[in-house]
Design a protein around this ligand. Structure first.
Ligand SMILES: [Zn+2]
Length: 381
């Protein structure tokens, strides 16, 4: 175990050393992955695309063992995202993996380069000719900015893994489901006027206020539609940004705010949208000088793999932890779109990810590598 651990840590060190913040191209990172993989002989595919800023990004797919079946999903996929969130300039060792008290510190150390290092270390130890089912390594770009790379893989992917372990820092707890993520913008138009004569205008800010009180009533109703598998056990909403008005002495002509909601898998993605639209129509009837528009910006599916599915049970047995759910988005829905039963699983704690001083505990790194080896043995050999 000692020897393997040092290999995994060496790989992790070389991965952390490559700055792969989402705004940059992940080309150098993907080249490093190919360097490790190529001598092992998998079929490798690089799927490039240009992001919204015109930067070239790559998804990398490596397959060990036999080719995919034409008619049905087969084998296992290990999935890790190559990008990280940005880091503070004051964190001088963000790109130098540093060991202290049994922990390895560095940007991406847990989210999610630790899982990638485990996957790479494991495939160095297997005999591909002994695999009877395909094993895919899927390394995606731009997870941190909306699972953009994984969505491309889901659209382009001509392969269908039956099972997928999506690497994220879950402290080795198998995550079988996550809530969806939806975002809209509500735009309120009124009429500007000198504030000394408010009757000549119609305040869009007051209109937005009325809309928000209606949303509070909707919130009460959403809380009654419970899904006890989740925490919080209902669809949550948030208005995170609001802007409106030009000056203190002008009746505001326009106001807009974001409306975000996170539905549990059993609940409709569009329920909140439909309710928001009906609030808009009601308010327009009551206040004809105001207009309300609800613009849908994003819909991310929720994801759910049954509690008693074989991969959930396997990871529960191996980790000694009961499966759980999370309230934030992951790449699991994109793997489900490819036909896989996904479970999110990996070393490190999501609460330390995205922070200065992000780390992965060495014992979890070691355990994760063992569990991935066992999963390949169980589902591919
Ligand atoms: Zn992540």
């Amino acid at each position: 175990v000692e020897l393997t651990t040092s290999t995994t840590i060496d790989i992790l060190r070389s991965l952390v050393a490559i700055d792969s913040v989402s705004s940059r191209s992940n080309g150098p990172f993907v080249t490093k992955l190919e360097e490790v993989l190529r001598p092992l002989g998998p079929a490798i595919e690089r799927l490039p695309y240009e992001d919204d800023a015109g930067v070239t990004k790559f998804n990398l797919i490596a397959r060990f063992g036999p080719g995919p079946a034409a008619t049905h999903a087969t084998g296992l996929a290990l999935v890790g995202h190559t990008d990280t969130v940005p880091f503070d300039e004051s964190w001088s060792q963000a790109l130098q993996l540093t060991e202290r008290d049994g922990k390895l510190f560095g940007r991406g150390a847990c989210d999610t380069k630790a899982f990638i290092a485990c996957a790479l270390a494991v495939v160095r130890r297997i005999d591909p000719s002994a695999l009877r089912q395909p094993l895919w390594l899927i390394f995606t770009a731009d997870e941190e900015i909306g699972c953009v790379g994984a969505k491309r893989v889901a659209e382009q992917g001509s392969f269908r893994p039956r099972l997928a372990i999506v690497g994220e820092p879950t402290s080795l707890t198998p995550i079988r489901a996550n809530k969806g993520y939806c975002l809209a913008e509500v735009v309120v138009q009124g009429k500007e006027a000198h504030s000394a004569y408010p009757g000549r205008g119609a305040s869009a800010i007051v209109g937005a206020g009325r809309f928000l009180s209606e949303l509070e009533k909707l919130d009460v109703r959403l809380r009654q539609m419970r899904d006890p598998d989740f925490s919080p056990p209902f669809t949550t909403m948030n208005v995170g940004v609001i802007q409106g008005g030009k000056a203190k002495n002008i009746v505001a002509g326009a106001c807009s705010f974001t409306l975000e909601w996170r539905p549990a898998p059993g609940q409709s993605n569009t329920l909140v949208l439909e309710e928001a639209e009906s609030i808009a129509r009601r308010l327009e009837k009551r206040h004809p000088s105001l207009s309300f528009e609800v613009r849908l910006i994003r819909v991310e599916e929720a994801s759910q793999t049954p509690k008693d599915s074989e991969l959930v049970r396997f990871l529960e047995e191996q980790s000694g932890r009961s499966s759980a759910t999370v309230a934030f988005g992951t790449e699991a829905p994109q793997l489900a779109a490819l036909g896989a039963s996904p479970v999110v699983f990996g070393p490190g704690d999501i609460r330390t990810a995205h922070q200065t001083g992000e780390f992965v505990p060495i014992d979890e790194l070691v355990r994760c590598e063992q569990i991935l080896a066992a999963a390949i043995e169980c589902f591919c050999a």
